[in-house]
Design a protein around this ligand. Structure first.
Ligand code: ATP
Length: 241
């Protein structure tokens, strides 16, 4: 498989399940992508991901870990560690996979570049890019944000305590006028909002709990919690291990 990146080739091997790159099928179907730092991945990412894959009838929803995020400081855990945790989190979960292509590009992880690449590989696919409302509220700071709408549809996921900004509310209204309200196959530029089970969990809070030696139970999958413990992740600030 082109671009396959397997953790089996890194020192951070946790199992032998290789990381899927979004190339399986879906040539003209719906491809779901959920970007983030996943530093670490938690149930606030995973439960919505499962619900979105079902709600949008996706064969697969790809979690897309940033390598060099551009809207924030450097990650706390390395890309290999974050992908290893994602693998542990989604093991044996139908419909979820990891697209590690940003890890293969040693440059800032612009969503525009990623979606352009995927669009090139699957010209006939309907691309759905998922993001939390907190991220969408700042969407005007994204590189080539208008051009992204010519490549993909956006699905904005409600998140506890997150609210629209002036910009995001206006953009949603504008796109409803111009592109419609419902994502239809073969089109892009639609922005839909989707309600998912609300879980007030954030990676920031998890890292804070680790620093204070507090329990992580029921915030993220147990194998991820064990991995964090075994590798002493998030103990030091900006360790990038
Ligand atoms: P941090 O606290 O480090 O900022 P985070 O928990 O927000 O991290 P990210 O990896 O930055 O996680 O988020 C990836 C995507 O998942 C973003 O679009 C974000 O809005 C969304 N997301 C994260 N947590 C939740 C949640 N609890 N509910 C809904 N969406 C979420």
């Amino acid at each position: 498989m082109k671009n396959t990146w397997s953790l089996a080739t890194t020192p951070h091997v946790v199992n032998d399940k290789s990381v899927a790159i979004s190339e399986q099928g879906e040539a003209s179907g719906r491809v779901g992508l959920f970007g983030g730092t996943f530093d670490p991945v938690h149930f606030g990412h995973l439960r919505p991901a499962v619900e979105l894959a079902e709600a949008y009838d996706l064969d697969t929803l790809y979690l897309l870990p940033n390598h060099k995020p551009v809207h924030r400081g450097p990650t706390h855990a390395s890309t290999a560690r974050r992908i290893a945790m994602l693998q542990l989190a989604i093991e044996a979960t139908p419909k979820l996979a990891i697209d590690a292509r940003e890890a293969l590009r040693d440059k800032p992880s612009y969503t525009f570049d990623t979606l352009s690449e995927i669009r090139g590989e699957k010209p006939a696919a309907t691309l759905l890019f998922f993001m939390g409302l907190d991220a969408f509220a700042k969407y005007d700071t994204w590189h080539h944000w208008e051009e992204i709408l010519a490549l993909a549809n956006l699905v904005v996921v409600n998140r506890p305590s997150a609210q629209h900004s002036d910009f995001s509310a206006k953009l949603l209204a504008r796109q409803r006028e111009s592109a419609g309200e419902v994502i239809t196959n073969g089109h892009c530029g639609v922005i839909e909002q989707c309600d998912v089970t609300q879980l007030e969990i954030s990676a920031t809070d998890i890292r804070r709990r680790i620093a204070k030696n507090l329990s992580l139970r029921f915030l993220l999958p147990a194998p991820v919690s064990e991995y964090i413990g075994v590798h002493s992740l998030y103990k030091a600030r900006h360790s990038s291990e």
